[in-house]
Design a protein around this ligand. Structure first.
Ligand SMILES: CC(C)(COP(=O)(O)OP(=O)(O)OC[C@H]1O[C@@H](n2cnc3c(N)ncnc32)[C@H](O)[C@@H]1OP(=O)(O)O)[C@@H](O)C(=O)NCCC(=O)NCCS
Length: 216
């Protein structure tokens, strides 16, 4: 994840101990009492990474509670993002003086079923995937990049965004993506809503990682 973001964004990837780290009192409310063990572990790891990343920016001992939209509530003057998937968890945090939003996502590199591909990808995106020699896992890259787009969109605009509201263009050689928001969605959004979100992606044998940011 580190290589996907500029060096002034603090990035922390979970180590084994982070999955059993103590939560701060204000953070525990973000975890349902009925949460299963795997959910408890990933939530703890995300908060441990988030607090360590904040520490790199000079913000120490501050909790990262959960907002009503389920997004992390970052300490004043900071913003960031958390992701977790099987065996991997990371947090990325920047200073609000430099970034409006940071979004990160990690997904297992899986071949998505056709109905899921159709939900995530627009017909033109599926057509692009079909032209790639290794077409089967490009929908998973679209999924990961679109989760990043939502994590950038949500704190800035504060509304829902459908998967089909963002049209992705991938530059495979550069490992970069661009997401253009649909005219329909922009028409329903406040003036000044960003029309394009950009980010980077990396495909490893087991994991797809994506990240992006919007500058202040
Ligand atoms: C919220 C969502 C983006 C999370 O992504 P995911 O791949 O399922 O899971 P990840 O592990 O990567 O991310 C989970 C973390 O996202 C963060 N998150 C949750 N809601 C969020 C929001 N509204 N904004 C920003 N971050 C959010 C949380 O930190 C959460 O971890 P935590 O509960 O342990 O704190 C996803 O579940 C979702 O609702 N997607 C539908 C909307 C969407 O993606 N639209 C596509 C637009 S192109």
């Amino acid at each position: 994840m580190r290589e996907l973001l500029p060096e002034w964004v603090a990035v922390e990837v979970a180590a084994e101990d982070d999955y059993i780290a103590e939560l701060l009192p204000d953070e525990a409310a973000g975890l349902s009492e009925r949460a299963v063990e795997s959910r408890r572990r990933e939530f703890k790891a995300g908060r441990a990474c988030a607090r360590r990343a904040l520490g790199r920016l000079g913000v120490h001992g501050r909790p990262v509670p959960t907002t009503q939209s389920r997004a992390p509530a970052w300490p004043e003057g900071t913003t960031g993002s958390i992701t977790h998937t099987a065996g991997y968890c990371a947090a990325a945090v920047g200073l609000r003086a430099e970034v409006r939003a940071v979004g990160i996502d990690a997904e297992s590199r899986t071949i998505l079923p056709h109905n899921v591909r159709d939900t995530i990808c627009l017909p033109e995106e599926l057509a692009w995937c079909a032209q790639r020699p290794d077409e089967d896992w490009w929908p998973a890259v679209h999924f990961s990049a679109k989760e990043v787009v939502y994590k950038l969109w949500s704190p800035i605009v504060g509304t829902w965004l459908d998967f089909h509201d963002a049209r992705l263009t991938l530059d495979v050689a550069a490992g970069e993506f661009e997401a253009r928001i649909s005219r329909d969605r922009l028409a329903k959004s406040p003036p000044g809503t960003p029309e394009v979100f950009r980010g980077r992606f990396h495909v490893a044998p087991a994991l797809v990682r994506s990240a992006g940011y919007v500058t202040a």
